[in-house]
Design a protein around this ligand. Structure first.
Ligand code: NI
Length: 426
């Protein structure tokens, strides 16, 4: 297969940028992406790419009719954010905004689809295009999986634009990339009374204050310092007036980890610390704990290496940077529970253009060269996958993987692959 990826993607630049602006101007909330879905279907229809609905919203397109099946994923939903950008394509829906760049993902996957369709004859495999709804509420990936759209799919590749990574840079690494995010609510019950007679009361405010401090020590004192975890309490409510001791208190927090085991361990610790602290103050605590609908995004070393190797043939060497794993959540991980997958980060920020606000910010915007870079990243992965399959079929055996002697990222792919193989053998 021989797509001139950079040339063909750059030729489509205004097509994908116009689409991105269109989606940006017409954002829709999770699982309500009706117009977005229609527009995607219209584009696919024009490209003569067959498709079905992913769920009530969202689209699955199919290119190619034979061979192994791989999937490319873009999410399509927007956020409850009031846009504060002063741009001509500003959101025309009050209180709703593409503040996470899913407009760019949708446009980029349509661009990649157009190019792949033109090369369908040499594809040698089938590519499923997953335009996923409901990512922001962590439900879309699960729905697609349950509808069977990933049955018989061998691998999946996805990506995300980030405006706090400068445009021009890209990142694909093996291993954990984005966190599992759990959340909890704690209700504390004490005994209300006069502020001048504390001996008759059980002060829920003091119990809550102590609990907040003690919960912070789960990470600092109970978590292996080599591992990363966060416990944050973002909301506290107690008391109503200065001369009444509060009889109840309430707080909400979130926990971020990179493995289910760690998530469960912290869950138990939060319950133990909350109830133990309350008891120390003669109060009681009720903990409602919700484990995330999605685990951590954990890149399969083989898929990540295919995407990385493919990308090295398209992007300049300097484009590749290492990016620390992030404490943000992403339901791409739901697919990775079922099949091997990899997820790339695409730089989209441009300080000079004033487009470097972090994702979810009311002034979030991207340098649109990131959309074309995303198109190239999707295509790099597919082309590398197809070419390796072809080489294997020609009897050249499995393609030699890059050796650890290459150092840097390649070395890490090799190391992680070995570790995981060893772990599988037990
Ligand atoms: Ni996002």
């Amino acid at each position: 297969m021989n797509i001139e990826i950079r040339k063909e993607a750059e030729a489509l630049h205004s097509y994908v940028v116009n689409l991105r602006k269109h989606f940006h101007q017409h954002p829709e909330l999770s699982l309500e992406e009706w117009e977005t879905t229609k527009r995607i279907e219209e584009e696919l229809m024009q490209m003569e790419i067959p498709f079905t609905r992913a769920a009530e919203t969202g689209v699955i397109g199919i290119i190619g009719k034979q061979g192994p099946v791989i999937a490319l994923r873009a999410d399509i939903d927007a956020l409850k954010v009031e846009e504060q950008n002063d741009i001509v394509y500003k959101s025309c829906v009050p209180g709703v905004m593409h503040a996470c760049g899913h407009d760019a993902h949708t446009a980029a996957l349509l661009g990649a689809a157009k190019i792949l369709k033109a090369h369908e004859a040499e594809l040698g495999c089938t590519v499923k295009l997953i335009f996923q709804p409901g990512e922001e509420i962590s439900r879309g990936a699960k729905m697609i999986l349950e509808a069977g759209h990933l049955d018989h799919v061998e691998q999946i590749f996805g990506l995300h634009v980030f405006a706090d990574i400068p445009v021009g840079y890209v990142n694909i690494e093996p291993g954990p990339r984005m966190a599992e995010s759990d959340y909890f609510k704690i209700s504390i019950k004490g005994r209300q009374g006069h502020a001048g007679k504390p001996q008759q009361c059980v002060d829920a405010t003091v119990a809550a204050a102590s609990m907040i401090i003690n919960l912070q020590q789960i990470v600092s004192r109970e978590t292996n310092p080599i591992d990363s975890a966060v416990v944050s309490i973002g909301y506290v409510q107690c008391g109503s007036v200065r001369n009444v001791i509060a009889g109840s208190a309430f707080m909400e927090g979130t926990v971020r980890t990179f493995s289910r085991e760690e998530g469960r361990r912290i869950k138990n610790a939060v319950k133990r610390v909350a109830m133990g602290t309350a008891a120390a103050y003669h109060a009681t605590a009720n903990v409602e704990y919700n484990l995330s609908a999605h685990p951590a995004v954990d890149n399969d070393p083989d898929v990540a290496e295919i995407a990385f190797s493919g990308a090295t043939k398209v992007f300049d060497e300097k484009a590749f940077i290492e990016v620390p794993k992030m404490m943000l959540g992403e339901d791409f991980s739901v697919y990775q529970q079922r099949i091997p997958g990899a997820f790339a980060f695409i730089g989209a920020g441009n300080e000079e253009m004033g487009r470097a606000y972090p994702n979810h910010h009311e002034k979030f915007n991207i340098d649109e060269n990131a959309v074309t870079n995303s198109v190239m990243m999707y295509l790099s992965y597919v082309q590398e996958y197809v070419n390796r399959k072809e080489q294997e079929a020609k009897g050249q055996g499995a393609v030699k993987k890059n050796s650890s002697q290459d150092g840097g990222l390649f070395g890490r792919f090799q190391k992680l692959r070995k570790e995981r193989e060893a772990a599988k053998r037990g």
